[in-house]
Design a protein. Structure first.
Lengths: 202, 197
């Protein structure tokens, strides 16, 4: 149980090992608080859709299972989108189209197809939590590297929770805030996680 | 904005993959050889241009009149999934070798966030029907171009010595990053902001 819960962090990290859910993880990782918001939204959708799909796995006909899953996932995404617009308007604005785009995040459909459609509700919930944690770890580590190098800050809350790093904040390496820097950071982090996985396996 | 402006914007300046972070999964997944990259690129272009047009019609003739814009996500994704199904059937019937090469990636166009992305961008920018179609078409062309370049780079990388932990996807990401760096040159405002003056 504990082993299953932590598989998402290192051994089966969705971003670095399975290479799933790359677009949102790169797009919103310019600051740590965006990464936190995105992780939370993805986590809720992942948990909700995994549980519902697992509950309905015997009712959904095989031929139309993908459209059925997509509708379930899209409903949860709409729910999260509306709630976020109402209670966290600033966050919702800065995540922009990447909130509705959670629906096409391959982690969610991937886990529904590979896990929730074959396992019990409890196991699917654990799987969703593990993958959610793994996604959050990946996303936040990309955001940390990019925000520290690209802006010289660590933003946990937009007002009041900003840590400034002396030396970097005046002259940040702006390129890390742009797509080019993001791709390079992900490449190196992926290599790092592989190395970490190999070292901890020994 | 004129049509030519839209074309240049989505092919070069706001290239989906290299500057908007959309469609990265197939960009990394299908770029191992040129042949499947071209096939995937054309399939995506086709789906994108149709999806942008059809979602425009849905938004303006159904969602807004009935005041159910909150169902946008659900309806758009269903339209895209249906379109992808049609393309899959067409490719399987008319080009079995291409179908073999694209394999599992064809159904995955549904979860290519570029398709949904360009539909949402067109709606957010309140493009007209023709503008939406052109935006979808040129975004697809930009995707095809990025994928083609990437597959060329990766074919060369196969014969190079790469450090053990960087082999495969990590080096692909880093090469993609360097390519994105080159594409930043298309954006003059960005560039002056970055290096000053």
């Amino acid at each position: 149980m504990m082993k299953n819960l932590f598989k998402g962090i290192l051994r089966e990290n969705p971003i670095f090992v399975l290479a799933l859910g790359l677009c949102p993880s790169l797009a919103v990782s310019t600051s740590v608080n965006n990464a936190l918001g995105m992780s939370a939204a993805t986590f809720i959708v992942l948990l909700g859709s995994n549980v519902v799909i697992s509950l309905l796995r015997k009712q959904i006909p095989e031929d139309i299972h993908i459209p059925a899953y997509i509708v379930i996932i899209a409903s949860f995404v709409t729910l999260v989108d509306i709630v976020m617009q109402a209670y966290f308007p600033a966050l919702s604005k800065s995540l922009g189209i990447f909130i509705p785009l959670i629906v096409v995040n391959c982690i969610i459909l991937g886990r529904a197809e590979a896990f929730a459609s074959k396992n019990t509700v409890g196991a699917s919930a654990v799987d969703a939590i593990a993958m959610g944690i793994g996604f959050a770890v990946g996303l936040i580590s990309i955001a940390l590297v990019r925000e520290i190098l690209g802006a010289g800050t660590i933003t946990i809350f937009p007002d009041g929770g900003v840590i400034r790093i002396p030396g970097l904040v005046d002259k940040p390496a702006l390129v890390f805030a742009f797509p080019a820097g993001a791709l390079i950071v992900v490449g190196f982090l992926q290599a790092f996680f592989r190395w970490l996985g190999e070292v901890t396996n020994k | 904005m004129t049509y030519i402006g839209i074309i240049i914007t989505y092919v070069f300046i706001s290239n989906l993959v290299l500057s908007q972070f959309l469609g990265l999964c197939p960009f990394i997944g299908v770029s191992k050889n040129t042949e499947s990259a071209v096939g995937m690129g054309f399939a995506v272009t086709f789906v994108m241009s149709l999806a942008a047009l059809i979602t425009w019609a849905l938004q303006h003739f159904i969602l807004i009149p009935l005041n159910i814009v909150f169902l946008q996500t659900v309806t758009f994704i269903l339209v895209i999934a249906t379109l992808v199904q049609l393309v899959e059937m067409a490719v399987r019937k008319y080009s079995p070798p291409l179908y073999q090469a694209l394999g599992i990636y064809l159904p995955l166009i549904t979860t290519n966030c570029g398709v949904m992305g360009i539909a949402l961008i067109s709606v957010n920018k309140s493009y007209g029907p023709m503008e939406s179609f052109i935006a979808g078409l040129s975004a697809g062309a930009g995707f095809l171009m990025a994928l083609l370049f990437m597959s060329g780079i990766r074919e060369r990388l196969d014969t190079e010595k790469v450090p053990k932990f960087l082999q495969g996807t990590p080096i692909a990401f880093i090469s993609g990053g360097l390519m994105a760096l080159a594409f930043m040159a298309f954006d003059h405002a960005l560039l002056t902001n970055l290096i000053g003056g």
